[in-house]
Design a protein around this ligand. Structure first.
Ligand SMILES: Cc1ncc(C[n+]2csc(CCOP(=O)(O)OP(=O)(O)O)c2C)c(N)n1
Ligand code: SF4
Ligand SMILES: [Mg+2]
Length: 286
């Protein structure tokens, strides 16, 4: 399949030249094409922000929700039709700040969706305030004396809560990002992929060069099924590891645990509603 099937010919893209979001968009389209996932079977869900504009640049089904609220509709869409590939995609502020509570409880719920977080360590859309992943000391027009908090560590939190797939990638390395996204999308269960995505306009600290200097790749000696080893890797901070930290296979998904699918596997949206059984609800709403 050609990745052009996901391209909207007429759409202008409102990102700055050099923004890391372009590489993520291109790589994701290539991955979906290589996995032969047609636009008709895909739903991209996001919240609000620069990263959250991504579904608007896709020729597919999408849901663009409120700030921080991508995960609940993504979970609901997958539950209503488990045959769909569902990708929830947003920025670090959207997913770990405003949507932080949903992030935590979606890990516990384990829907079979992929969550891609464009982590530029800043609020890009609202012009450069600190985000939960901004480094200690990061100066902004609001945090004029620098951030006085340690950054949120999404990888450590996800492993601590036993997420079923946890990885970190770098938008500047399309080859590795592609491999990670392929593994995440084909993984059964909630897959968290945090991607370092330089914001060339509002984050002059965590640039492409900074990320190259401050990261290294997990190699074949790392066992992603070893949770303790994965957690210990997630705490490294002088050089941040890139790659797949943790995979937990065989964990039941949210959809599998639902009573409505225990005996009947037919997707919820295809089932007939018995109007006589719900008519009291319709009347109550009048
Ligand atoms: C309830 C609510 N609070 C605040 C905002 C303003 N707002 C919009 S996007 C955003 C942060 C976006 O940062 P991030 O998720 O990191 O995305 P980026 O723009 O960096 O890709 C904020 C605070 C909003 N739209 N709604
Ligand atoms: S402000 Fe930053 S995140 Fe937004 S488009 Fe520009 S470079 Fe990208
Ligand atoms: Mg951001």
């Amino acid at each position: 399949m050609d990745s052009k099937v996901f391209t909207l010919e007429s759409k202008d893209i409102a990102w700055c030249p050099g923004c890391g979001n372009y590489a993520i968009l291109t790589t994701l389209k290539q991955v979906l094409a290589e996995l032969k996932i047609p636009p008709q079977r895909l739903v991209v869900v996001s919240g609000i922000g620069q990263a959250a504009k991504i579904p608007q640049y896709f020729k597919t089904h999408y849901f663009n929700g409120l700030h921080g609220r991508a995960l609940p509709p993504a979970t609901g869409i997958k539950a209503a039709n488990p045959h769909l590939t569902v990708i929830a995609e947003s920025g670090d502020g959207d997913m770990y700040g405003e949507g932080g509570n949903h992030f935590i409880h979606t890990i516990r719920r384990n829907p079979d969706i992929t969550n891609i977080i464009h982590n530029n360590m800043v609020y890009g859309l609202t012009k450069g305030q600190a985000s939960p992943t901004s480094d200690f000391g990061f100066r902004t027009p609001v945090q004029i004396n620098g951030v006085k908090m340690e950054p949120f560590n999404p990888i450590a939190v996800a492993i601590a809560l036993d997420a079923s797939f946890v990885a970190r990638a770098f938008a500047g390395d399309s080859k590795q990002t592609k491999e990670i996204l392929k593994a995440a999308i084909t993984h059964k269960g909630y897959a968290v992929v945090d991607i370092f995505q330089p914001c060339v306009t509002f984050n002059k600290d965590n640039t492409y060069e900074w990320i190259k200097e401050h990261t290294y790749y997990l190699d074949a000696s790392h066992d992603p099924t070893n949770r303790i080893e994965a957690f210990s890797k997630s705490l490294e901070h002088e050089k941040l590891p890139l790659g797949i930290f943790y995979i937990k296979k065989g964990k039941k998904t949210f959809e599998e645990n639902l009573k409505i699918y225990k005996k009947n596997k037919k997707p919820l949206y295809q089932r007939q509603v018995n109007v006589s059984k719900v008519s009291h609800l319709i009347t109550a709403n009048k």
